[in-house]
Design a protein around this ligand. Sequence first.
Ligand code: GLY
Ligand code: MN
Ligand code: MN
Length: 445
Amino acid sequence: MNRPDALDTPIHVLEKRRKAALAALGQGVLVLPAAPIQFASRDGERPYHPDRELFYLTGATELGTLAVLIGGAEPRLVMFVRERDAEAELWRGMRLGPEGAAERFRPDECHPLGELGARVPDLLRAADRIFYRLGRGDEIERHVMEALAHRRARGARTGTGPRAIVDPSEILDDLRLVKDAHELALLRRAAEVTVAGHRAAAAAIAAGEGEWSVEAALHSAFRTGGAGGPGYETIVGSGANACVLHYVENTSVIGQGALVLVDAGAEFGLYNGDVTRTYPAGGRFTGAARDVYDIVEAARRAAVAAVRPGTPIAGVHATATRVLVEGLVALGALQGRVDDLIASEAHKPFYPHQTAHWLGLDVHDPGDYARAGVSRALEPGMVLTVEPGLYFRPDHPATPDRLAGIGVRIEDDVAVTAAGCEVLTHELPTSSAEVEALVPSAKGR
Ligand code: GLY
Ligand code: MN
Ligand code: MN
């Protein structure tokens, strides 16, 4: 669990979001069920991952909740929740029940889940479109399909009823893309706990230690800091493991003088941090590793400086890419004119990923990056990562021997402000000298 207070969304915040969603709904109705339980094996459950869209609009995280947001002449939020049940609560903890949920989330109506079948069909049949994510195959999906069938069979008489099922992302992605003050506060907390985790990780890095011990130090600091845990699978990649972008095994022993790429973020109040630093075991960047590190850091700095209202998000990537390509030429990994190399994507073997993604309730938060082929311009309140890197896979034919096995990524979380941006993770240094100081020195051990 997250610290309980972190999951309490103030009613005025929820009301503002609901109002914005209702305005986008028109005569439609939005149906948001809670996430189902995921099973790991037999009856063993995975940690419960509350549905982010439901949480965003209602504040609810409880299994079995259903929200129906109704547009049109009588706009309102109708919620269904499980009834109190002493026997079930003995095993799984307290349920809010309809009264508790009504008080906590202030919907216009709140009913026991058992009344869903009696109430929902009429709500759906009154809409012109149903915003619902198809594919669950459960009771609520059957009601959605029946509302469509009812319109086909009977709607001609009344001229009413739904003709389309639309993915809720059409409305919710755009709302979630620009964070409100409450969300920014939680993202700052997620960043703060993430930074504490990275400091603990850096302090645990030494030749001969297991990558898993660094992971353990991170996760311990996340929980101690009040986070629910890691927001995604933690990457601790030493040596050439850093060149595998989603290396999550964390099973190698750290070698003498190896670089250790740590990509980890805390989830706080369901909001995420997403931070990468690359630390030198022994506390010194040396030789080619230092050259590569300084290039990636220069790319990070330039990309962060490009984050301001009006910059297309593709421009952040273009800024980082240019610095990286200039660096690749200086390192001798690429030959030719920088513009030509960028145009032909010659850097792809060494920089295969994008520089930025949206960040929020999801680590890769929803939201279109382009509209009709035009890159989205940044606006105040948007939150994104800036994460350039260079990876020299030992088995890649284009990798020069001198660079083989070096992998560096530096990732910060950034909120767009009216004046430019706020680096949410600025408390964790990025310059080579300051990063060296976070790691125990080989001499001091
Ligand atoms: N940790 C996943 C990412 O950086 O996008
Ligand atoms: Mn990351
Ligand atoms: Mn990221």
